[in-house]
Design a protein around this ligand. Structure first.
Ligand code: ZN
Length: 392
């Protein structure tokens, strides 16, 4: 039934998406309520009628939410896209009912399935605060349920400290205080070896065979472990940063572009293709995007020790020349960059680690943004004009 729910949710989402792009080409627009009526119609005449109407309706509301997010903040959210089988497997539950069985296990009421057990991995109070839930299937074949709840308050002492962050291509975060944090190699040497062995095995196995599917699943299991560790690192790093600093300045990087342009085209291959191809593999663009998102989430939820809201400011600054400018005298030239790692100013002789120099520039640029105008700081990404007619 879960698989069926996933398929239904995906089908309805994609249909709704198609309907919206169709209407956009015509002059009129379609609302989520029009779509809901079409769904009721379709349920009477097609196989959709056998599925859960709650799950199918929720897919339309999810789609609507995705569009609204994108219109509101196009630099943070991208345009809703097609959901693909095997990749986007999941469905949402509204009108949540949950109950606890014991310390380790709880149950959630799923439409057409009844009570389904889940392993409790969060504070029960946080789960109870949930207003809706999402059930997903990851590529390793594990089912997860996650509960949407208001973000828990992040209690911290004000420190008065300001920091600039340079997010480097060597999978590092460098602070303007000269501290490095490196995203760990996600698989141990033994696991890498095992993955290679499985991949060789996969190549030999017959397509469509049961054993091949099993090997595929084992490989996916290793990839999932890798992703879990990356997420864990991101959580710890963002928690530390929000705890230590009152103002956090980051580059307003288009992470997607950074990774895409590295590939270049066949006619004009991008510079450093090899190096950046490695970047694509080792840190996916999603990792940086997630780091940034979690930083903004926690910063916005920060409170004083007594519980009164006192958000940490995250300032996004334009990334121009941060790696070429001297943080001591301001001299800006490409030659300042001695190598990937070393910075040496041609004007004043200031020498520093290139990433630390960049982080100090980002901090200065952030403070300049903060000092300008009435609203001193921006939480979250810098706002841009909504696409509006330009997208039509
Ligand atoms: Zn200088």
């Amino acid at each position: 039934m879960f698989v069926r729910h996933c398929a239904d949710a995906r089908y309805v989402w994609n249909l709704g998406l198609e309907q919206r792009s169709f209407w956009r080409r015509g002059m009129s627009s379609v609302s989520v309520y029009d779509q809901k009526r079409s769904l009721t119609d379709a349920r009477q005449h097609t196989w959709l009628g056998d599925g859960s109407s709650v799950v199918q309706q929720q897919a339309l509301f999810d789609l609507d939410r995705a569009f609204k997010n994108w219109w509101r903040n196009p630099s943070h959210f991208s345009r809703p896209t097609w959901r693909k089988a095997g990749i986007h497997e999941g469905f949402a539950i509204r009108d949540l009912s949950i109950r606890r069985i014991n310390r380790k296990w709880g149950e959630v009421l799923v439409p057409k399935c009844g009570w389904v057990r889940f392993r409790v991995t969060r504070q029960w109070a946080d789960i109870c605060a949930g207003t809706s839930a999402r059930v997903t299937l990851d590529r390793a074949g594990r089912w997860h349920v996650s509960f949407t709840a208001p973000p828990p308050a992040f209690k911290r002492q004000p420190t008065g400290a300001v920091v600039g962050l340079d997010m480097g291509i060597a999978a590092t975060v460098t602070t303007s205080d000269g501290e490095y944090r490196r995203m760990p190699d996600h698989l141990t040497p033994g696991e890498v070896q095992r993955k290679r062995r499985l991949e060789r095995k996969l190549a030999r196995q017959k397509k469509g065979s049961k054993r091949r599917e099993q090997t595929k699943r084992q490989i996916a299991g290793l990839s999932a472990r890798e992703a879990d560790r990356r997420k864990d690192w991101i959580e710890k790093t963002t928690t530390d940063l929000v705890r230590e600093y009152d103002v956090i300045c980051i580059e307003d990087l288009k992470v997607k572009n950074m990774v895409h342009t590295a590939r270049g085209t066949v006619a004009s291959p991008g510079k450093n293709v090899r190096q950046k191809a490695g970047l694509n593999r080792s840190i996916s663009s999603q990792a940086w995007a997630l780091l940034r998102k979690r930083l903004c989430d926690k910063a916005a939820a920060a409170t004083d020790p007594d519980g009164s809201p006192s958000p940490v400011a995250v300032v996004a600054v334009p990334p121009a020349y941060t790696s070429q400018r001297c943080s001591a005298c301001g001299h800006t030239t490409q030659e300042n960059r001695e190598s990937q790692a070393a910075f040496l100013c041609r004007a004043c002789g200031h020498a520093d680690n290139a990433d630390v120099n960049a982080a100090i520039n980002i901090r200065a640029a952030g403070l300049a943004v903060a000092g300008r105008g009435g609203t001193p700081v921006v939480v979250g990404p810098v706002k841009r004009q909504p696409p509006g007619l330009a997208a039509a």
